[in-house]
Design a protein around this ligand. Sequence first.
Ligand SMILES: C[S@@+](CC[C@H](N)C(=O)[O-])C[C@H]1O[C@@H](n2cnc3c(N)ncnc32)[C@H](O)[C@@H]1O
Length: 281
Amino acid sequence: VSSPSADDRRAWGGVAAAWDRHRERLFETTRAVSERLVDVVDPGPGDVVLELGAGPGETGFLAAERVGTQGRLISTDAMPEMVEAARRGAESRGIANVEFRVLDAAAVDLADASVDAVISRFAVMLTPEPARVVREALRVLRPGRRFAYGVWGAMDQNPWMTALGMAMLTTGHLPPGPGPFDPGGVFSLADPAANRALMEAAGFIDVRVEEISGEMHYDTFDDYFTLQSEVSGPVAIAIDSLTDADLAAVRDAAQEQLEPHRVGDGYRTPWTAVVTSAAST
Ligand SMILES: C[S@@+](CC[C@H](N)C(=O)[O-])C[C@H]1O[C@@H](n2cnc3c(N)ncnc32)[C@H](O)[C@@H]1O
């Protein structure tokens, strides 16, 4: 199986510039997930931390602060454009203890038992064979250290995403790639029990699964649509190719979907993520 697929490469490589542009907002809105991931793997001075599917890199940068100049973050993503975005982020902040690599989370080019922590935020569910990712994390971890990853929770708890997804569906513009619940789909690991099973099947111990929730804030519908239509991987690619009339129809449908969450001119929409962590033996 080639991973990531050509569709994924186009989708996620294509939105890297937007993730770079919106990096602060994308990070801060769900910062609680990043903090939890770093807290549970608990990196200390001198540790080596591997981040998978790092995108613009912000979650790993939290860990880089903790490992100090003797330690190292290995910030990775399968898309070279995302790795470049992460590199720019670190350079602009003067974060020096980071190594950047283009790397498929399902085929980690690192030696066995060579890192002290593995983290990943909102990427594992996008890989077509998450079992491979989890096995790779276990292989590269030193004994007794932890892997922690965050994925999106249930669809009905993430209307900020389903509003746009449903708008694409009802207007007949299905994005490329897997469906939302298929392997590699955005809600493919939304069930906490599925994450526990995934980690236990790989041989991890002390598996902990928790849900973390928060709220997304958008000042106006334009604010919502601009952000989400630019960063949402496959959906962003599909939106890019719409005619003006089709785009107007998608916008109307998304606005209708979001209506229950309107507060004045803006919107407040809940989000829920599932954070899973476990220890190597
Ligand atoms: C939704 S973004 C999340 C980015 C970042 N971790 C964050 O939380 O802001 C998903 C990321 O996973 C990456 N990705 C997709 N498939 C991957 C794979 N097979 N291996 C590694 N990264 C992958 C994408 O390029 C993208 O950067």
